[in-house]
Design a protein around this ligand. Structure first.
Ligand code: ADP
Length: 412
């Protein structure tokens, strides 16, 4: 029988590279890479270790096992780790390959080398565009030196593997982002459809209740009870109006405005009064409401819509201030615009929250405070429909300041 022709190691590397570039599943990719590394070097044991990019962690805590051969995958955190931690750390720190031949006869062999009788070790970092993704670790108790061909091939394999890992991760991240975006869109559509149906359905019974209340008022029912019921009804009607607004804005983005020159100071005063009515006496005592709007400040706006904007901002200023504090509205007249500021001393908003604050259904805090995350989105759309804009300044735990720019006169 003719002797089998030895496989050219370079041909083998090309074949391996071709096969790993086709693997799209990360775990399979790690397996293929460590199999290939073990095969071309003839090592008995091997690890493919991945490095967490979070540089604030100590190096030893950043490693996790991607794949292993003849080594326990879950040993990495244990003190009885059966590979040479020293060799791995040195490779990561130097960002280049390391070879320990005749490891046992080194003048000062590492503890693991002595304990496990390791005769040779090869380590190769996985580097892509100067970013270190991990390391391939191989060792042997049988041979005191891996053959030269194998040592030459390992860096090429590691370079190819690093490219494949980075690409597969990128594809995975993109797929995950798309999946999240789809899920969010589907959720928003479902919410919008539900709120539209629910709001239309609720409008009827709320109108009946309103009529019933006027009848009760005439017939001399208990005043206190009537006030409570009227307030509850107003709140329910505001909520329904908000959901219907949200739906209309989502459908065609338009708002019909009937504008007039509105006296801002009295409007703010009315909204303060309205808000105070809904606060229980204990909560009310914890707040100080200050109206610093200059008298005779006129804003060119739709009365109902401007009230809605102010009501929403003031309601939030109270809702997200569990310890109370000062709620202040002030204004400044510019040439063509009025700047309105609503400031509170509440829980504030994180930087991450600020970035998404005006998007629909976004809620920033994980609190029991109820809400839909639609209010600020509608506020922004209403302000923009007036040709204005809204800004916010806030820091977590430091209160918030919402600033509106609205036109003063027709055409501005
Ligand atoms: P909702 O109050 O219904 O959740 P909003 O759109 O009015 O919806 O507000 C979105 C989120 O922004 C809130 O859930 C809250 O986390 C945060 N937020 C709004 N206003 C304030 C504020 N004045 N202080 C702190 N956080 C606020």
């Amino acid at each position: 029988m003719p002797a089998a022709t030895p496989v050219d190691p370079y041909q083998r590397l090309i074949a391996i590279t071709r096969s790993i570039t086709q693997v799209m599943d990360l775990d399979l990719l790690f397996d293929s890479v460590i199999d290939a590394a073990v095969e071309i070097t003839g090592a008995e044991r091997g690890y493919l270790l991945l490095l967490d990019p979070d540089e604030s962690l100590p190096l030893s805590e950043r490693l996790r096992v991607g794949a292993s051969r003849q080594l326990e995958p879950d040993e990495i955190e244990h003190s009885d780790f059966h590979a040479s931690r020293t060799a791995i750390m040195k490779t990561l720190a130097a960002k280049c390959g390391l070879e320990w031949a005749d490891a046992l006869s080194e003048p000062d062999p590492s503890q693991s080398v002595v304990m496990m009788g390791l005769r040779s070790i090869l380590c190769e970092p996985l580097v892509h565009q100067d970013k270190i993704l991990g390391v391939i670790y191989l060792d042997s108790q049988l041979t005191s030196r891996f053959n030269e061909g194998a040592r030459e091939l390992l860096p090429s394999l590691a370079a190819q593997a690093a490219i494949c890992i980075e690409n597969t991760c990128l594809v995975g991240e993109r797929e995950e982002a798309l999946r999240r975006e789809h899920a969010e869109l589907a959720y928003r559509d479902a919410m919008a459809a539900f709120m539209s149906i629910a709001s239309h359905d609720l409008k009827g019974p709320l109108t009946v209740l309103k009529t019933g209340l006027s009848v009760l008022r005439v017939s001399g029912a208990d005043r206190g009870l009537l006030v409570d019921m009227e307030q509850a009804l107003q709140k329910a009607q505001r909520l329904v109006a908000m959901y219907l607004d949200a739906n209309a804005l989502q459908q065609d983005g338009s708002v019909n405005l009937t504008r007039a020159g509105l006296e801002l100071r009295s409007l703010v005063e009315e909204e303060f009064t309205h808000l105070k009515r809904f606060l229980g006496s204990r909560r009310l005592d914890s707040f100080e409401f200050i109206n610093r709007v200059e008298p005779d400040t006129l804003v060119w706006a739709d009365s109902d819509r401007l009230r809605q904007v102010l009501a929403n901002l003031l309601e939030n200023a109270v809702k997200y201030a569990p310890d109370g504090g000062r709620v202040e509205v002030r204004s400044q007249s510019l040439e063509n615009q009025v700047v309105i500021e609503v400031a509170d001393q509440g829980m504030g908003i994180s930087e991450e929250g600020l970035a998404r604050l005006f998007e629909p259904y976004v809620r920033v805090h994980d609190t029991d405070v109820r809400g839909s995350g639609l209010g600020l989105w509608i506020v922004r759309r209403l302000v923009e429909s007036h040709g204005g804009r809204i800004e916010v300044e806030s820091q977590e735990g430091q209160g918030s300041l919402f600033r509106l720019y609205l036109p003063k006169r027709v055409g501005h």
